[in-house]
Design a protein. Structure first.
Length: 255
């Protein structure tokens, strides 16, 4: 733990308050204050120094309370060696990387009381890391959980909703409401906006492929009835949600 400078100053002023109150300056400096000023004045000096010490102590507590833990990637996302770049700064200002924490835990586990030491470390840092993971952006959440996993905690399974918002669904349905077998400019714009590439298949039908995935929508060049546009919009929405889910799961596996 690092000593707050304000705590040190408050301690010095507290000592001076005692010295002035008891006229112990003579014993330290060989110079007696009593010969120059009245005892009542000395007591006043002692009281003044005592209150200064008290104010500094309170200010030190306030400053200490403002110190917060944080995590960051020292490489700014450029280096994939996370052990060297992921950094945790605790509430006392101590700084260490993911690799340093991992090595420290490995050393603890080689000792007789290793599990107890790791548990102490976990109790010290986990609350701060959970606060960061719960209240920060995706990057800091990811870094915080990297440290928590090193401390032996398991990341909860993320319940992620891949469904489109009502506004997005409405936009797609509105665009394809009057689909007649030929793509209009607005319809092509919507497909491009949501990551679909338009192309003809071997059978001559137009297909919409989501990015470079295996998810696609097949259209009919001669819609049979007025429901064709509505059905096509539903197919696009369904494929888009499935493709996004598969894309997310693949990203999680690669981490």
């Amino acid at each position: 733990m690092k000593f707050n400078k304000l705590f040190i100053l408050s301690g010095l002023y507290f000592i001076f308050s005692i010295l002035f109150s008891l006229d112990l300056i003579y014993g330290i400096t060989g110079f007696s204050i009593i010969n120059l000023i009245e005892v009542s004045s000395i007591n006043v000096f002692g009281i003044i120094f005592f209150f200064i010490a008290l104010l500094l102590f309170v200010a030190g507590r306030d400053e200490e309370g403002k110190l917060v833990a944080k995590v960051y990637d020292a490489s700014g996302g450029k280096n994939k060696e996370h052990d060297a770049t992921y950094t945790f700064v605790d509430s006392s200002g101590n700084r260490f990387t993911l690799g340093e924490m991992r090595n420290q835990i490995n050393k603890f586990m080689q000792e007789n009381e290793g599990k107890e030491l790791v548990e102490i470390m976990k109790n010290e840092y986990s609350p701060f890391l959970h606060m960061i993971a719960d209240s920060s952006d995706d990057e800091q959440n990811r870094i915080a959980w990297s440290f928590l996993e090193v401390l032996g905690e398991k990341r909860p399974k993320e319940e992620k909703n891949f469904g489109l918002s009502k506004e997005q669904e409405r936009e797609i349905r509105e665009a394809f409401r009057n689909y007649n077998g030929n793509l209009a400019g607005k319809q092509r714009d919507i497909l491009s906006k949501y990551g679909f590439n338009v192309g003809k298949r071997g059978d001559g039908h137009i297909g919409f492929r989501y990015k470079k995935s295996g998810y696609f929508v097949i259209t009919s060049s001669s819609p049979s009835d007025w429901r064709a546009g509505r059905n096509l919009a539903s197919d696009i929405i369904d494929v888009l949600e499935k493709a996004r889910k598969a894309e997310y799961e693949k990203q999680q596996e690669e981490k």
